[in-house]
Ligand binder design. Structure first.
Ligand code: SAM
Length: 295
């Protein structure tokens, strides 16, 4: 396991993923019943943007750095508020030096009766994650393989919640594992929202992944993609997507507002764009033949 998220914390992909995670959690809070957030590939939870590693790539400057420096239109500001409030609160009145990862964003947005289960396989990272949530009775930290953890924690006793699956894609077969995981969650926790993150380097690979996901005949699968430049297999990450099972009914509309703004603000060159498309309808029928998009 070579991947370390500290090099990428707060980059454009984190902004996109974490903004959507926050929106889903806020939607769950509209009902009083408690929910659970499950994060299978959690990272360390809090990143020091002044560290050598984060400074070396500087990826956060082109992600959360740009967003915090921008003057947001009111509709975008409202959509990003839950996420940005957590980031700002983590930094107090000072400059941006601390960036919360998915476990901490979830924890900050949860209510007293909601629960968090975070899993991380890297021995050093899970130690830091456990230290972050030491004595926190609402958060449980596991040190398993993420795919094993997923099976172990489903279904949550609350029967409400979100599962974030955010692997590092350093091993071959991750797209295959994501499809298996999607089927697992659907079988064990049919009403849960699932957020799957994927990189877009080769459009043929991601296109095949999305067609296979649609062919599972699982109802209500939405895909949202953001490119900061033309996708390419060499070089740094240029695009990413979120595959969302059971999105809150308000999410599509919010993404339709948010995505063009993120394209404009986070663009790193020609080919920046976005796509938002239902892969399956409410009966599970595939809708992938005519993907909508602006890319
Ligand atoms: N979800 C985090 C966030 O948004 O803040 C970032 C997670 S990062 C993209 C992927 C994480 O998966 C890394 O911290 C890595 O150590 C961990 N990881 C790698 N292989 C794993 C495995 N088999 N099971 C669980 N975690 C793994």
């Amino acid at each position: 396991m070579n991947y370390r998220h500290i090099y990428h914390a707060g980059n454009f992909a984190d902004v996109f993923k974490h903004a959507v995670l926050a929106l889903v959690i806020e939607h769950l809070k509209l009902k009083d019943a408690p929910f659970r957030v499950i994060d299978t590939h959690a990272g360390i939870g809090l990143y020091d943007l002044a560290s050598d590693e984060a400074q070396r790539t500087g990826e956060w400057r082109e992600g959360i750095g740009r967003i915090l420096a921008a003057s947001l239109p009111s509709d975008v500001a409202a959509i990003l508020a839950p996420y940005l409030d957590v980031v700002r609160n983590e930094n107090g009145s000072g400059e941006l030096v601390r960036y919360p990862g998915s476990p901490l964003i979830a924890r900050r947005l949860m209510r007293p009766n909601d629960r968090l289960v975070v899993n991380e396989a890297h021995p050093e990272d899970v130690r830091r994650l456990a230290a972050l949530f030491a004595k926190d009775r609402a958060a449980k930290v596991l040190a398993l393989d993420g795919w094993t953890a997923l099976k172990a924690v489903l279904p949550p006793t609350e029967r409400r919640g979100i599962v974030l699956i955010d692997p590092p894609f350093e091993e071959p077969g991750e797209f295959r594992r994501l499809l298996d995981a999607l089927g697992d969650v659907r079988r064990r926790f049919a009403t849960g929202t699932v957020l799957i993150w994927y990189p877009i380097k080769d459009e043929a690979v991601t296109g095949s992944f999305l067609r296979k996901a649609a062919a599972l005949s699982i109802p209500k699968l939405l895909s949202a993609e953001l490119f900061v430049r033309t996708p390419q297999s060499a070089g740094g990450l240029s695009g990413n997507g979120l595959l969302i099972l059971n999105p809150p009914f308000t999410l599509e509309e919010r993404l339709a507002i948010l995505l063009p703004y993120l394209v404009e603000t986070l663009s790193q060159g020609s080919g920046a764009g976005s796509r938002l498309a239902w892969l399956t309808d409410e009966r599970g029928l595939s809708r992938t033949k005519t993907p909508a998009g602006s890319h």
